[in-house]
Design a binder for this molecule. Structure first.
Ligand code: APR
Length: 307
């Protein structure tokens, strides 16, 4: 198993470190345009492997030659948000970066499964799919696991229960219009709507929607990376171990949920082929309308792209 991580910044380096620590690959290649940064971080990570007792080679580089024949390519390159910015404000800069990364990576690893993390996530996944000419089962955006992890953490805090027993469900784009679904969010199988009043549920949903900017406002110089990298690694693990987990991910819809032609977050099965199935759940009219609005926002941004 060979995994390339493009972007050796906060998200990329933390993802590479988590992958190495969990021994999910024999070889990890960390790529960045900055000279010395991927090399230094990768060497530092490799020097941790004897202590961590994992046989993972970690290599840093500024070229794509070393990425050849990767099984999985993770794109985290791009600029991160600062206070006052929405994810959509990153679009022009990051679409050019993601385009060049996807083109260079697919030329060396035409059979890889691509995971996109750069924001605005749903639009960047579309860019990568188009420029790399990927079939939709091999291009998946990371967002829903992060959004549900945030929702799960807030539910656990509110009820003072273990995060392990909390499951959550979030649909839609990775932005202000994401659709956290309370009735499918549970604690040990019990819907949260039976455990807290509706004002509390709404407060937690709002905090989940604003979860990214809450971190940006604290950090001031960048955006979240510990939880985003954990979420990315869960996807990799399900693919590498062919676990067939059902996880919320951003995938290209072709009629599912009545939507067509854009990436949006839905529950999918992840296994060794990548996205193996889209799970369609029954939505009520309000939920369907919220999802359609979220998808419409993504489509509006796709229309603005100059590829
Ligand atoms: N090729 C490779 N790496 C690139 C390129 C490129 N064309 N352009 C920029 N990079 C690198 C930068 O040099 C930097 O090291 O991407 C890295 C980004 O790292 P950070 O600035 O630390 O940003 P990070 O927090 O990792 O976020 C990256 O992920 O979650 C999203 O919204 C976030 O879009 C952002 C991305």
């Amino acid at each position: 198993m060979k995994i390339t991580v493009i972007g050796a910044g906060n998200v990329g380096a933390t993802t590479a470190q988590r992958l190495a620590d969990k021994a999910l690959a024999n070889e990890i290649v960390l790529v960045d345009v900055l000279e010395g940064i991927p090399q230094g971080k990768a060497l530092d990570m490799y020097e941790a492997t004897p202590v961590e007792k994992v046989d993972t080679r970690v290599l840093g580089t500024n070229s794509y030659d070393e990425t050849a024949n990767s099984d999985i390519v993770i794109i985290t390159a791009g600029i991160a948000r600062k206070p006052g910015m929405s994810r959509d404000d990153l679009m022009n800069t990051n679409s050019a970066i993601v385009k060049s990364c996807a083109e260079s990576a697919v030329a060396k690893s035409p059979n890889a499964i691509f995971i996109v993390v750069s924001n605005p996530l749903d639009v960047m996944a579309y860019v990568a799919m188009k420029v790399a000419g990927l079939p939709r089962h091999r291009i998946i955006g990371m967002a829903g696991i992060l959004d549900t992890a945030r929702f799960r953490s807030f539910i656990a805090l509110e009820l003072n229960v273990s995060v392990e027993d909390v499951n959550a469900f979030v649909l839609g784009g990775h932005g202000d219009t994401m659709v956290p679904l309370a009735r499918y969010s549970t604690v040990a199988g019990i819907p949260i709507t039976e455990l807290m009043d509706s004002a509390t549920v709404e407060r937690l949903i709002k905090r989940t929607r604003d979860g990214g900017i809450e971190i940006v406002n604290y950090l001031k110089t960048g955006s979240a990376y510990y939880a985003p990298s954990s979420a990315t690694v869960v996807m990799v693990e399900s693919i590498v171990k062919d676990k067939k987990r059902i996880l919320p991910c951003s995938v290209y819809l072709q009629g599912e949920y009545g939507l067509n032609g854009m990436f949006v977050g839905v529950p999918v099965k992840l296994g060794k082929s990548g996205m193996e199935k889209i799970i369609e759940v029954k939505l009520n009219a309000d939920e369907q309308a919220a999802l359609a609005k979220s998808a419409g926002d993504v489509q509006g941004n796709i229309a603005k792209l100059k590829l």
